[in-house]
Structures are given as structure tokens and as C-alpha cells.
Design a protein around this ligand. Structure first.
Ligand code: AHR
Length: 495
């Protein structure tokens, strides 16, 4: 199969906000306990954090990590997780039917984030709680005042404020499964009032209002309209979440889910602009895609599990190679929409639907999806360019045209290099791509070709066998680039 990609230096979509390469750690299963935190592990540091896991997270160069949930946050009392550890209460978590010992709370997590070279995206509980607890929490985290909660933080050993700059106003409040789920009216009101007290306490923060939990929520659209009608003047972003699966064992259609993600983004951005016009506002509300991934094998697992366990193996999705291909396409989609998507969180980071897995007391290892995520985060910096693609296509189940070639093109001005991320979605045919860098890119040629490929798209990595890992392909200058059937590729062009 043949395809063509043409791009010019001045066809800039926007500069990428690095926060699109964020991730997420929830108090869920083994994400925190026996994931990032395992005091008895041989690599544990002075606070009980696994250094082998920290090392892998640094490899991913994660700019921001959302915390502490997810569904968990809608029942969370943040005060349970501060102060003397032996006095912290052990509590039932009604989101995942487990027990939380509260040995890790906001104090420990901000310290962990510092050690992981990342920032915290903090979420407040708008399920069982509301503006009062949220204002206390932000005073505890961000205030320098001589007042009760700021002093409580000092008493707990943290003289300097944590300085969290990005806050989520609850989580998936449109979902019936959420603890204290709300109608759009109810949520719109409480989110507005919470936004006011948070920004009054710290005007330097940015806020994310809950949008839809997935593109196919029956309330999608109306939810955003109503919530933004209330919150528009007070928030900076609206959230989107999506998880895709290959339940039907239909890989072409599975790989076409990136087109659904693209539509979800464009439709949500259009709704933000509709409310902007309605309010005659000068302000633009952008998007925070703060949960996205492949997830289907371990959905609803908590329902069948024995209840009230500590750190059970929950949502430990084992990703195969086709999942890595879709994750690659989803990353391309975030990059291609960087004019509106300013934050993205791969959900999640460790053990729970995650690129990094751990064995209790044992190894940490990389799932197949680790690599497209790592390369995007490390090399996908600069401005996304709008490329023209000529490629054969196929039809998705919705009847959409799905080009076999899925790409994003990024110009990194600092390094003076053009990075092309390319997935060949054909399951049967290799693809020769004529890549033409014009208008300002004269003299640039292919310098590096990294490839992820395996013959069997069902291949998984395990603790003992990292079957899927990138290889460096030999570069043939001046020729079409050959992309293997069902492969993910990164191409770097330099002068
Ligand atoms: O990431 C797992 C769960 O998926 C989160 O807790 C929730 O927000 C979403 O439904």
C-alpha cells in the first residue's frame, strides 16, 4: 500500500501544552498501596516509595498526575490522610468496595510527586462533600497565612505550601455509579460555588469542571451545556473521559476508536464555544482529557471481588500489542487537538489500567502501552503541524472513513527537528509513505526511525518477558518510509 504525508513549517495547529502527557493515580487496587508505596520493598526509600517505580515514571517524563481519584474522591475525607500515621483511620471505600488505611494522603503524595519530577492535579470531593471541605483543603495545601489549616500543614512538617496549581471540581458527576451522583443542574450549582471559594483562597489556580464520563453517555451535550451555563465564568477547562475496548474482537473497528475520540473532542470544544457565544464572553474554556485509555477486560471486576480487602488486584488490565497501537493513535489525537486539549491523563499510571506493573515484593515491569506513551511524552514537544494525508481508508462500524495511516507531526523548534508519529492500521499490508517536508523544511532528512511491531497483535508483555519493545530501524535517506502492517513508528527528521 502507498500513502503520502505533506507538511509545511507554517501550518501550525498550536504549541503543545506538555500537560497532555499527564497521568493518574487513584486510591484504587494496587495503584497507591503496593504500587507507588510499599515500605517493605527492597527498593523503598525513606518514605516507603518504591524507587524502581519512581525510576520508570521518570523515564516517562510525566508532567502532571491527577490524585486521589477518580470515583474514590467522591467519598474521600482528605483529613483522614494527614498527621501521625498510627492515628489515621482505616475506612471503607464505597467506590471500589475496599479498605483504605490512609497511610498515604496528600502530604505523602505531594512528596512522592516531587520525587517523581511531576506536579499534582488535585481533585476535591463533590460527592459526599462540598465547598466547605474544598476550601479547607486548598487552605491546607496552598496558603501561607497564619490560619488553622495552613498551620495544620506546618504542624505536620510542611512549612512551605504545596502550591497545587490545577484542581478538579469532583469526578464524573454525570455517572449514576458516582457516590452522590448529581444532575447537571445540581452539579453546575455546587461546582460554581466551590470554584468561587477555591479561587478566592488562591486566585492563581486553574479549575476543571466535570464534563461527560464518555462520548456515549446519554446526557452528553446537554450535561456540558447546563454545567457550563453555571460555571463558565469560574472554570478554565471542562473534562472528558473515555475508555475503549475490543469486546467484539474486531481490530479494525477497535483501532478506529481514535476517530471517536477526535469527534468527542471537537464536539465538546464546540459546546464550550456555544456557551461562550451565548454569554458573549471573551474567555475560552479549553479541554482537560483527564482519563483516557484502553480498558475493557477488567471492567466491573470489583462487583465479583470479595469486598473490603486492602490493596486487592483490581483493574489490572494486561495490555496486548493492538492496545499499544490504539494508545499510539489516541496520543496522536491529543497532539492533533492541542489547540483545545491542554491537559490529558493516561488512566492510570501504576498497576490499575497502567503502563507500569509491579509484583508485591518483586519486580516492576513495562506493559506494551508504556512505549507509545513514553515516546510521545519525551519526543512530542513543540508545535503540532497540520499535515495533509493521502491514504487508503476503510469503514468503521459507524460508516466513518478511517485512513489506514494515522499520524501526528510535531516541530520541535528548540531541537530543530520534526517528529512524525505514525501508525499503520492495516492488519495485512505494509505501507510505503512518501513524506514531503516542504515550506521551510528544505534540507531536513530522516535521521531516526523507531518501530514497535510484532507479528501477533495479541502479544503481551509479562514480568519475565518484555516481548514488545521498540527497535531502531535502519534509515534509508531519500526513499519512501516503509511502515510494517499494524505497526507504531516514530520518525525524526533533522537538517
Ligand atoms: O480509572 C478508573 C475509573 O474510571 C475512575 O475511578 C473513574 O473516574 C472512571 O470511571
Amino acid at each position: 500500500m502507498k500513502a503520502k504525508l505533506t507538511v509545511n513549517k507554517n501550518s501550525i495547529i498550536d504549541k503543545i501544552d506538555r500537560r497532555i502527557y499527564g497521568s493518574f493515580i487513584e486510591h484504587l487496587g494496587r495503584a497507591v498501596y503496593n504500587g507507588i508505596y510499599e515500605p517493605t520493598h527492597e527498593t523503598a526509600d525513606d518514605m516507603g516509595f518504591r524507587k524502581d517505580v519512581l525510576y520508570m515514571i521518570k523515564e516517562l517524563n510525566v508532567p502532571i498526575v491527577r490524585y486521589p481519584g477518580g470515583n474514590f474522591v467522591s467519598g474521600y475525607n482528605w483529613e483522614d490522610g494527614i498527621g501521625e500515621k498510627s492515628r489515621r483511620p482505616q475506612k471503607l471505600d464505597l467506590a471500589w468496595f475496599t479498605v483504605d488505611t490512609n497511610q498515604v494522603g496528600v502530604d505523602e503524595f505531594q512528596e512522592w510527586a516531587r520525587r517523581a519530577n511531576t506536579d499534582v492535579m488535585m481533585a476535591v470531593n463533590l460527592g459526599t462533600r462540598g465547598p466547605d471541605e474544598a476550601r479547607n483543603l486548598i487552605e491546607y495545601c496552598n496558603s501561607e497565612t497564619n490560619t488553622y489549616y495552613a498551620n495544620l500543614r506546618r504542624q505536620n512538617g510542611f512549612e512551605k505550601p504545596f502550591g497545587f496549581k490545577l484542581w478538579c471540581l469532583g469526578n464524573e458527576m454525570d455517572g449514576w455509579w458516582q457516590i452522590c451522583h448529581k444532575t447537571a443542574e445540581e452539579y453546575g450549582r455546587v461546582a460554581t460555588e466551590t470554584a468561587k471559594v477555591l479561587k478566592w483562597t488562591d486566585p492563581s489556580i486553574e479549575l476543571v469542571a466535570c464534563g461527560s464520563s464518555s462520548h456515549d453517555m446519554p446526557t452528553f451535550g446537554e450535561w456540558e451545556r447546563t454545567v457550563l451555563d453555571h460555571t463558565y465564568d469560574y472554570v478554565d477547562y471542562v473534562s472528558l473521559h473515555c475508555y475503549y475496548g475490543n469486546n467484539e474482537k474486531d481490530t479494525p473497528n477497535f483501532l478506529a476508536r481514535a476517530e471517536d475520540m477526535d469527534r468527542f473532542i471537537k464536539e465538546t470544544a464546540a459546546i464550550c464555544d456555544e456557551i461562550k457565544a451565548k454569554k458573549n464572553s471573551d474567555k475560552t474554556v479549553n479541554l482537560s482529557f483527564d482519563e483516557w485509555n484502553v480498558w475493557y477486560r477488567t471492567k466491573d471486576e470489583e462487583k465479583a471481588m470479595e469486598k473490603w480487602q486492602y490493596a486487592p488486584h483490581l483493574l489490572e488490565e494486561k495490555f496486548n500489542f493492538e492496545d499499544a497501537l490504539l494508545v499510539g493513535c489516541m496520543l496522536n489525537t491529543l497532539q492533533n487537538n492541542c489547540d483545545r486539549v491542554k491537559i490529558g491523563c493516561l488512566a492510570q499510571l501504576v498497576n490499575v489500567i497502567a503502563p507500569i506493573m509491579t509484583e508485591n515484593g518483586g519486580k516492576a515491569w513495562k506493559q506494551t502501552i508504556f512505549y507509545p506513551y513514553m515516546y510521545a511524552s519525551v519526543y512530542g514537544n513543540g508545535s503540532t503541524l497540520k499535515a495533509q494525508i493521502e491514504s487508503n481508508s476503510y469503514k468503521s462500524k459507524e460508516g466513518w472513513d478511517v485512513p489506514y495511516l494515522h499520524t501526528s507531526v510535531i516541530y520541535n523548534e528548540e531541537k530543530d527537528e520534526v517528529v512524525v508519529f505514525a501508525v499503520n492500521r492495516s492488519l495485512t499490508e505494509d505501507m510505503d509513505v512518501a513524506i514531503s517536508l516542504g515550506g521551510g523544511f528544505e534540507g531536513y532528512s530522516l535521521n531516526e526511525h523507531i518501530e514497535l511491531y510484532t507479528d501477533d497483535i495479541n502479544t503481551e508483555n509479562t514480568a519475565d518477558n518484555e516481548a514488545i519493545k521498540p527497535i531502531k530501524r535502519q534509515v534509508e535517506k531519500g526513499k519512501d518510509v516503509s511502515l510494517k502492517k499494524h505497526s507504531w513508528n516514530m520518525l525524526i527528521y533533522k537538517k
